[in-house]
Design a protein around this ligand. Sequence first.
Ligand code: NAP
Length: 256
Amino acid sequence: MGILEGKKLLVTGVTMDNSIGFAAARAAQEQGADVVISNFGRALGITRRIAKRLPTEADVLELDVTDEQHLADLPGRIEESLGGLDGVFHSIAFGNPETILGGRFVGAPWDDVSQALQVSAYSLMSLTNAVRPMLGQGSGVVGMTFDATVAWPAYDWMGVAKAGLESCARYLARDLGPDGVRVNLVSAGPLKTLAAKAIPGFEEIENVWNDRAPLGWDEKDNEPTARAVIALLSDFFPATTGEIVHVDGGYHAMGV
Ligand code: NAP
């Protein structure tokens, strides 16, 4: 019996089969969960094709986290697809690579910064709030961060957005805890996904990771990250909330 047997999950941010969301959806199904996946806009067609590569083809919902109507419709569409909800994986981020990433920190335009903050940080709250009436005792929300306690090359305003996301997760943990809803993040090392490839100069970070991480690090292997996500969505972390679990080969704990 899998650790997610009987659980119903929404997994967002599935664009390609190298998306962390895809690895999480696959791992969740392998552990017994019923899963619905989401994405938005032009990539939806790709997501529908990718959904067929899961162990069991998942329903695909259109969800742009900046679209109030999508958020308002979400509970009804999840109910139709799964008949309930026990957990959400927020695997969403966006920053314009031409204006706010890749060394373009100072002087970055507010419109693009505010978009990054809305999509990558605020949306943890808006998505959670949209499905809150469906989330009962023992359910969980998990999001993805990239250690926001330090400044990285190239990461720029996405680093600020991740700092906001980390704080947002703690406030959500505070406010949803009394309902028995847990909110946690996974802080992964660099992984070769679309989002990472879009950041000019991100390979500078990737190059040092495998050398410094005591366990080593394979940037093409999303499985360790996906497993941590589904463990946090399972009943195996019943007293854990407001937490950031590092899945980075141990990099964060090393000085040099
Ligand atoms: P990914 O495959 O590109 O996933 C990011 C997802 O966010 C995409 O599906 C993207 O859709 C979606 N998205 C963007 N704007 C959205 C919006 N307005 N509404 C709904 N969805 C939207 O890359 P990933 O690496 O798996 O990223 C997943 C999460 O992990 C992100 O939070 C990322 O910051 C985090 N993370 C990644 C790494 C890494 O090294 N890759 C490390 C630590 C944390 P489109 O593709 O259609 O734009």
